[in-house]
Design a protein around this ligand. Structure first.
Ligand code: FMN
Length: 331
């Protein structure tokens, strides 16, 4: 059975890529990830300084806490300093020396000014590809969505023109014209990752404090990526990679049926260990055997909107008739 895929033009032995997180920040973990069967790894992102500044006061408090929430810190602890940049180059070099699977560097990009220079350095350090984690919260009352989109596209174009290795972009779904924007983005990159998951604030209602909400995803979070994967598949000019809520073999199968080139997974590994990649792949193989598929192309996109006899199913958003068919007993 053949689980190999072409991902941003790189040949991967399996469609499960371990996404950017602290799990991919040490060579020790990376070796375990390779041994579990992952097709590639996306290294922990290096973040723009603005993000650090924005959260520095929270960070200081968390650092002093007796039991700091390390997963929360993990999002923001990569301050761009010479030291960290050097460490990041070393991580790429060591990962390349230790692994046979592709090593994808990752940058968190808010503005474009220094990233094309930096992207070149990452390429020189030996990264096989670059994933750009591109998002600013659309909370600026004075900004039209078109200007935010143009800024994102310009940042990507600059990075893409500065380097030769493949570039993917990991997007949020907070765009008013999501389908059109993903399509435009796909014309400028080798792959689009649908979607990133972000830190969200929650409230402690006794302490009247803002606290982190769930950092890890749930398997039900797959629904958003699955819908958009199905809608976009076959209609864009780049690879499409699913992310958020991929927790088991069934979710890998669903995303490939929707048309994904491959998937990324993170939370499942935090919850169930690095070996969950192997479990996912075994479950994909068992499913393929049951249905008589030899390779991923045999069923990729079989359930995309484009290939559906009922495309409207993918665009249904209201629960209207759902409750007509169910009887709910209310107390
Ligand atoms: C603890 C943690 C750290 C993360 N760090 C990064 C990061 O540095 N860069 C990035 O692009 N995404 C980061 N992410 C987001 C993941 O790469 C991924 O897009 C997101 O968790 C959704 O996938 P999942 O549902 O499989 O967890 C992080 C996620 C978690 C849970």
């Amino acid at each position: 059975m053949d689980l190999s895929v072409s991902y941003l033009g790189l040949k991967l032995k399996s469609p499960v890529v371990v996404g950017s997180s602290s799990l991919t920040a040490s060579v020790e973990n990376l070796k375990k990830i390779e041994a579990s069967g992952a097709g590639a790894v996306v290294l922990k992102s290096i973040f723009e300084e603005e993000i650090y500044n924005e959260y520095s006061s929270i960070l200081e408090k968390e650092k002093d806490a007796e039991f700091p929430d390390v997963r929360f810190l993990d999002y923001y602890d990569y301050k761009i300093k010479q030291d960290n940049i050097k460490k990041y180059f070393e991580l790429i070099k060591e990962a390349k020396a230790a692994l046979t699977i592709p090593v994808i560097a990752s940058i968190n990009c808010v503005s474009s000014w220094e990233w094309s220079f930096f992207a070149k350095k990452l390429e020189e350090a030996g990264a096989d590809a670059l994933e750009v984690n591109l998002f600013t919260l659309p909370s600026d009352f004075s900004k039209e969505c078109s200007s935010v989109e143009e800024a994102h596209l310009n940042a990507i174009k600059k990075i893409k023109s500065a380097i030769k290795i493949p570039v993917s972009v990991k997007l949020s779904y907070h765009f008013a014209d999501l389908a059109a924007f993903v399509k435009r983005m796909s014309e400028n990159v080798d792959g689009v990752v649908l979607f990133n998951r972000f830190f969200h604030p929650d409230f402690d209602i006794d302490e009247f404090k803002v606290v982190p909400s769930n950092v890890l995803s749930h398997s039900s979070d797959l629904a958003i990526s699955l819908r958009w994967m199905s809608i976009m598949a076959g209609r864009v000019s780049s690879d499409l990679i699913a992310s958020t809520g991929v927790h088991d073999g069934a979710s890998v199968v669903k995303e490939i049926l929707a048309g994904a080139t491959a998937v990324q997974t993170v939370s499942a590994l935090y919850k169930n260990g690095i070996s969950s990649v192997e479990t996912m792949l075994n479950d994909v193989k068992a499913w393929m055997e049951k249905h008589g598929f030899e390779k991923l192309d045999d069923f990729r996109g079989k359930m995309s909107q484009q290939n559906s006899p009922n495309p409207a199913e993918y665009e249904r958003v209201q629960f209207m008739r759902y409750f007509e068919s169910k009887k709910y007993e209310l107390d």
